[in-house]
Design a protein around this ligand. Structure first.
Ligand SMILES: C[S@@+](CC[C@H](N)C(=O)[O-])C[C@H]1O[C@@H](n2cnc3c(N)ncnc32)[C@H](O)[C@@H]1O
Length: 468
């Protein structure tokens, strides 16, 4: 009976909007819902480079309004039910927004700093109470869809609503971080909330957490709506590529991948395939890898995600793909780099051959999506040249074709260029071997945590469209 608790909470605290919800009868529920909807300003955190994709996903899947991006966060309003919101694929964590303002500068004097925090981070206690009300209702919405008919866990829930316990988790960067540690700021903010709202600090088992982010540009305060990150996929028994990046690969594909055959020739534990499989329910998937252990883990993941009928796995090398020419509609591939994955050969040497195989098995009009390290992206640029450059290649230094990978960020607005792969630079002097016709579509930079990478997308075009 969540509404009863909410009512009790507001009766006790003599809250401003108490008359509106004091006796929530059936006919008044719509007022109450309107109130909740009115205050549903949410935000998600996102990995670097994922903000734009998250904003697109929010608009597309939730019809979100007032979508606003800042580095690492996307703010929005949505009336979608919370179950739908939790299905977002590109977000890290989900919060209800309490406060968003410009950066604050904190005096070094602790007493003065506490006063600034009271005013600028905590602010109006009524907003906190209203937001807590919305948070409670959303928790209830989540719980009722998860465990309908089950008894509530906490017997002291009524007490929790009157004087909810909380914990502050503060992250800071820039100027503030030079004078204050996150821990110290968390303590000062916690004290301010306690004093202004009468809520209890509980570091071990709080009813809710308050997240504060203070940077040189922003002061953001929110309450997480879920304990687990949206980005953790319960069906992944073995983790591989970050789920959000794996999802981004199919999302950046130039066309939707319904009714398609999709190949990942270096599938590892299957993250890319399984993210795409969640998104495209009518597609079928092929995963290949040279490493049997990886394939066994992929099989576990396929099983636990219930995708057995749609994902086939095969031990095979990406340098010699056992498929006919033009057999697949899309190739998605996270090409290995670094020391984490064993490669059958040096990837920089192997890349042209792997690309040629991917291009061969792709049908005309099909799409190739590659996740490459910055170094391999530069290598890609070294091993391919544009059709326009063909005439000049034999007479020019191959270095003229090199492009700095850092220039390729978000090139989606550039005119697509048909690409041809050629032999290694040492073999280039006399011949240009045309092995592929792939039209560059979009290049997108993302963060993998410790390092960045590029997602490159291409479309295979008809050979005849190029004049030689
Ligand atoms: C970056 S990992 C793929 C990670 C994958 N996206 C995941 O989430 O698990 C690259 C994979 O390529 C495999 N691999 C290396 N050389 C290969 C080759 N020549 N042919 C096929 N797979 C290869 C490795 O065994 C590794 O599993």
């Amino acid at each position: 009976m969540p509404l009863v608790f909410i009512v009790l909470f507001f009766i006790k605290t003599d809250y401003k909007i108490q008359p509106a919800i004091k006796s929530i009868e059936k006919e008044e529920e719509s007022d109450y819902n309107a109130l909740v909807v009115m205050m549903r300003r949410l935000y998600c955190t996102a990995g670097a480079g994922m903000e734009e994709l998250l904003a697109e996903e929010l608009q597309h899947k939730l019809c979100a309004t007032q979508v606003e991006q800042i580095p690492g966060r996307v703010f929005f309003c949505s009336n979608a039910d919370l179950q739908t919101v939790t299905q977002l694929k590109s977000a890290e964590r989900l919060f209800i927004l309490l406060r968003k303002s410009e950066a604050l500068s904190l005096p070094n004097n602790p007493a003065k700093a506490a006063a600034v925090i009271k005013q600028r981070v905590v602010g109006d206690p009524d907003i906190w109470r209203q937001t807590f009300l919305t948070w409670t209702a959303l928790q209830q919405e989540l719980q009722s869809s998860k465990q309908r008919g089950q008894k509530r866990k906490r017997e002291d829930e009524e007490e929790c609503m009157n004087t909810p316990s909380f914990r502050v988790s503060c992250r800071c960067s820039g100027v503030i971080a030079r004078s204050y540690t996150s821990q110290r700021l968390s303590r000062i903010i916690g004290m301010a909330i306690k004093e202004d709202l009468g809520w209890k600090v509980d570091l071990r088992d709080p009813v809710f957490e308050v997240n504060v982010y203070l940077s040189d540009d922003h002061c953001i305060v929110g309450i997480p709506l879920l304990k687990h990150p949206l980005s953790s996929r319960s069906y992944m028994k073995h983790n591989g590529l970050r789920s959000t990046i794996a999802w981004a690969m199919s999302s950046l594909c130039p066309k939707k991948l319904n009714d398609c055959v999709i190949l990942d020739p270096m599938c590892g534990v299957g993250s890319v395939l399984l993210e795409a499989a969640q998104e495209y329910s009518n597609a079928v998937f092929l995963g290949m890898d040279t490493d049997l252990l990886q394939l066994q883990k992929a099989a576990d993941n396929v099983k636990s995600s219930g995708m057995e009928g749609r994902v086939q796995l095969l031990q095979s090398s990406a340098m010699d793909i056992p498929l006919a020419d033009g057999a697949v509609d899309a190739v998605l591939c996270d090409v290995p780099f670094g020391r984490k994955f064993s490669c059958s050969s040096d990837m920089r040497t192997a890349l042209p051959r792997i690309l040629r195989e991917m291009e061969r098995v792709l049908r005309v009009g099909g799409h190739l999506v590659l996740l490459l390290s910055l170094q391999l992206s530069a290598q890609l640029k070294k091993t391919i040249c544009t059709h326009e450059h063909k005439q000049n290649v034999n007479s020019s230094d191959t270095n003229n074709l090199h492009t700095d990978a850092s220039n390729t960020h978000n090139e989606s607005t550039e005119t697509p260029k048909p690409l041809m792969f050629h032999k290694s630079s040492s073999e280039m002097s006399n011949s240009l071997l045309l092995i592929s016709l792939l039209q560059a579509q979009r290049t997108h930079r993302v963060s993998l945590g410790s390092t960045d990478a590029f997602i490159h997308t291409y479309t295979k075009i008809k050979t005849q469209t190029l004049s030689h």
